[in-house]
Design a protein around this ligand. Structure first.
Ligand SMILES: [Zn+2]
Length: 339
């Protein structure tokens, strides 16, 4: 199920990332021997075929001549989806489940479940000191980390990559929710089209591979705890524009992505609502506690505003994603903290 490549030689690595991807044997664990072979770290990336920053950073690393501080195993899950044409376009193959929703049992339902199980077993057998799962966001965004739980070790690990951390209790069947016997964090390096994402991935990967100790550093981190989700009601109609669209129940401003992680004040207009006002919206929560939309949002002259200052993230301008997932996540309180 999971192929294994041990100690790849630089001269065997294709010079271009597309050729490197095409030459992979399928889902694979690549072992990079470290100076200290008594410890192992795991980096999982390309769990989604349309999120290339982690693979590109790995490819650059393999073309270089540095050795990791400890043994590193890089696991690439959705190699087949990534190399389906057009390259790096499909999150998963059309007839398959999202790999990062398959890490809860039962695993024998389909190929993706079996792959998730073999990845879990492989990681547990390695007894790693840390696991990082590296992704890109769907929309344009700055980089951030997501964790389940909030321990000093997780925060220290996050600090090697980014300075924003979302602590969630969302349960989706993703890798980071699993007990791997060590700290686990997810890194969202930013949108796949954002220039900075590749740099975040490369620098973070270098830090993760080269640091002799992962958990000793102290860095400032902005903490976003337990976000809520603004969701569209089923069958409600949404679109994105720079003016109200009269055949839609809600029109979100076209430039909403620019607010990702920026503070939003109460006078910041987020979109236009039809005659039914807030009734097409619902607050979904990671922990499913019910909240009224009017606790957080208000309507004034047909426009949508926050009730309190808030931070948004994962805002998208794709109506299909907004309808099937959510418009955005938000939190009211942000604390700046150090490890
Ligand atoms: Zn992803």
């Amino acid at each position: 199920m999971l192929n294994v490549i041990r100690a790849p030689r630089r001269e065997d690595i294709a010079p271009r990332v597309n050729e490197f991807l095409r030459a992979l044997p399928g889902p694979v664990a690549i072992h990079l021997p470290g100076r200290d072979s008594s410890r192992t770290r795991v980096l999982v990336t390309l769990s989604h075929g349309n999120e290339p920053s982690g693979l590109e950073a790995l490819h650059l690393w393999l073309l270089g001549d540095e050795q990791p501080a400890v043994n590193v195993v890089v696991i690439l899950g959705s190699v087949e989806a990534a190399r389906a044409e057009p390259l790096f376009f499909l999150r998963q193959l059309p007839d398959q489940r999202d790999l990062n929703r398959c890490f809860n049992p039962p695993y024998n339902k389909d190929e993706q479940g079996q792959l998730a199980q073999s990845i879990l077993r492989y990681i547990r057998d390695l007894k790693p000191e840390a696991v990082v799962d590296m992704h890109n966001t769907s929309g344009s965004s700055v980089a951030f980390a997501v964790t389940v739980g909030d321990t000093p070790a997780q925060r220290a690990l996050v600090g090697h990559f980014v300075n924003r951390l979302i602590v969630t209790d969302l349960r989706l069947g993703s890798l980071m929710e699993q007990d791997l016997g060590c700290p686990v964090v997810t890194i969202e390096a930013g949108g796949s089209l954002d220039e900075n994402s590749d740099i975040v991935a490369q620098q973070g990967m270098r830090n993760f591979f080269l640091a002799s100790e992962l958990f000793s550093e102290s860095r400032e981190i902005a903490l976003f705890r337990h976000p809520l989700r603004l969701e569209l009601r089923q069958h409600s109609r949404i679109d994105y524009a720079d003016r109200a669209l009269h055949d839609r129940d809600i029109t979100v401003r076209q430039d909403i992505e620019k607010f990702n992680f920026a503070p939003i004040d109460v006078d910041e207009m987020l979109g236009w609502l039809g005659v039914d006002g807030l009734s097409h919206l619902v607050i979904g929560s990671a922990c499913q506690q019910p909240h009224a939309v009017s606790e957080f949002f208000r309507v004034e002259a047909g426009c949508l505003y926050p009730v309190q200052r808030m931070h948004l993230f994962m805002a998208t301008t794709r109506p299909d994603i907004a309808a099937s997932d959510c418009l955005f996540y938000f939190v009211n309180d942000v604390t700046i903290d150090t490890i």
